[in-house]
Design a protein around this ligand. Sequence first.
Ligand code: PDD
Length: 283
Amino acid sequence: MRSVYVNGKWVPEQEAEISVFDRGFLFADAVYEVAAVIGGKLIDYPGHATRLGRSLHELGMAMPVSEHEMLDLHREAIRRNEVVEGLVYLQVTRGAADRDFLIDPASKPGLVMFTQEKQVTANPKVEIGLKVKCVPDLRWARRDIKTVQLLYSSLMKTEAAREGLDDVLLVEDGVVTEASSANLHIVDADGTIVTPPLSRALLPGITRGSVLSIARDNAMPVREDTVSTAALASAREVFITSATSFVMPVVEIDGRSVGEGVPGPITRRMRELYIAKSMATAT
Ligand code: PDD
């Protein structure tokens, strides 16, 4: 049984309770972060902490605990639940108030944290690669804020799974924004890693940022640019990145093989470099 954190207390998971009036529940008025854990240590933690601050700022919500306390809580979650490999999930919600579209500026933000065990390094899909399909990106227009408003992505991923696929790529105005819960990267015909530039259309992924800096540090050609569906179709390699999947190869899109239909060398190298760097800098 896990020990979860709810508004200042560690409780057994069955006893964790949130008000039915919580605005996170009623309006998806909440933001979240997911940080991976390897060897009991947090991966890319500073990036996740910074993005949490930005998400809260964009919604005019206060940080419920200090920066220092937040890191301590993450460590406490890992320690109490003896997590060796997995993730820490945290959610800051606006808090409970009588249901009203108007946000009460006096509402007190809540904080919930829990852990999940997950094999993040030895993921069997790394060798096989993912099969995906493209669907229209019908999410709201502020995807740069990490809110818990994840219904469309969740519905699309479920639809894909029903069709025997692993995930979806979201397409808007002829360009790919990202995957259901990961950022997109392609390797073009010149061997350049191309990833969509940051905008309100996609989440500023922490893993994405690390991958870009690793590419630059290792003299791997890289460019931030839009990825049209045509560029996607002619890519040599395609991979997606997130805190819980790191770097994952995509080998089939809409029933057509990417390159040779197997994980490509640049994707493999990037995964190795990412894991090595993140373990060396784990908090
Ligand atoms: N999702 N884009 C979306 C829409 C995401 O939900 C995520 C992460 C990413 C990758 O961001 P990062 O590299 O910072 O994890 C991109 C997390 C893992 C989740 O919802 O579980």
